[in-house]
Design a protein around this ligand. Structure first.
Ligand code: UDP
Length: 328
């Protein structure tokens, strides 16, 4: 039986496909390549197309014996989601609904869903627990939370069991350097810092230094993309054993400010990395740090690359050898 990975040509999707294949899974990728990269598709079976293409989706589900879906395909930028919310409702919520309709029709009963810490909004306490209140401060988090709720109701109505994984800040690249982070345009902190180190940008813009944090810049919990990928496989294994739906935070439980990340990148790269403070970015909470105790206990998940230095080193390894990302 096969596992369908939607968005398997994207950053976290491609690393997850790599881990699934290493575990001996038969993987099928569906990706419209709007944000993903052809060269990041590692699975032998690849469908280029959109989940909203119901004919294509039906063909994929009819042509293969699909046991489970791992659903990544989505828009995922906090700032952009505030500017163009309706696109986020279309690309995230509507696609998830179409996918679930097709899963229900074809009797596919397991899904691992790519969710986010943005579902919490401004946290009331740190570290954040799965049971904490969820009041997203941007449409990205809002659409992901709506999908989590949709999954809950689909579990009750159709017996589709799900694991929703709320990632904190995915970062780093595959250890062997063949896949890594490549967003166009790039908006994520670590790749931008490394582009400055490579001389591709003059400086890093720090979005606000007046947050209620020790150095005034936002604090995030960075988690290596390969550790995230492994959590997806463990989640599927759990669904295979228990059919019980769950939600898990995935982070290292340690926060680093933007300035601390820059400092660590200076150490790793040996470059100066000039910075410039600019106004806050809309929708950014001050501090996001996970409690991942539940995933550690219930999934048997154990992050391997759990220092900021290891995370930045792997990203730097990718970025140095792929300064222009994947070849288009
Ligand atoms: N950030 C920044 N400058 C940039 C990109 C990001 O100061 O050019 C900050 C951003 O405000 C946030 C943190 O870095 O506090 C991580 O942002 P990123 O976009 O990487 O991930 P997000 O937290 O949005 O998922």
């Amino acid at each position: 039986m096969a596992v369908l990975v939607t968005g398997g040509a994207g950053y976290i999707g491609s690393h997850t496909v790599s881990e699934f294949m290493a575990q001996g899974e038969d993987v099928i990728v569906l990706d419209n390549l709007q944000k993903g990269h052809c060269d990041a598709v590692l699975a032998k079976t690849f469908y280029e197309g959109d989940i909203r293409d119901s004919e294509l989706l039906d063909k994929v589900f009819s042509s293969h014996d699909i046991e489970a879906v791992v659903h990544f395909a989505a828009d995922s930028l906090v700032g952009e989601s505030v500017q163009i919310p309706l696109q986020y409702y279309d690309n995230n919520l509507i696609t998830a609904q179409r996918l679930l309709v097709c899963m229900e029709k074809h009797g596919v009963k397991k899904i691992v869903f790519s969710s986010t810490a943005a579902t919490y909004g401004e946290p009331k306490s740190i570290p954040i627990l799965e049971t904490d209140s969820k009041e997203p401060t941007n449409p990205y988090g809002e659409t992901k939370l709506a999908i989590e709720n949709m999954l809950k109701w689909c579990g009750q109505a159709y017996g589709i069991s799900s694991v929703a994984l709320r990632y904190f800040n995915a970062a780093g690249a595959h250890l062997d350097g063949h896949i890594g982070e490549d967003h166009r345009p790039e908006s994520h902190l670590i790749p931008i810092i490394l582009q400055v180190a490579l001389g591709q940008r003059d400086s890093l813009q720090i979005f606000g230094d007046d947050y209620p944090t020790p150095d005034g810049t936002c604090v995030r919990d960075y988690i290596h993309v390969t550790d995230l990928a492994m959590a997806h496989w463990l989640s599927l294994e759990k669904l295979r054993k228990t059919q019980k739906s769950s939600v898990y935070n995935l982070g290292n439980g340690e926060g680093f400010s933007v300035r601390q990340v820059v400092e660590k990148a200076r150490e790793v790269t040996g470059h100066v990395i000039p910075v410039q403070v600019v106004p806050r970015r809309a929708g950014d909470p001050a501090v996001l740090i996970a409690s991942s105790e539940k995933a550690l206990a219930e999934l048997g998940w154990k992050p391997k690359f759990n220092s900021l230095e290891q995370i930045i080193k792997t990203a730097w390894n990718w970025q140095q050898y792929h300064p222009d990302g994947f070849i288009k």
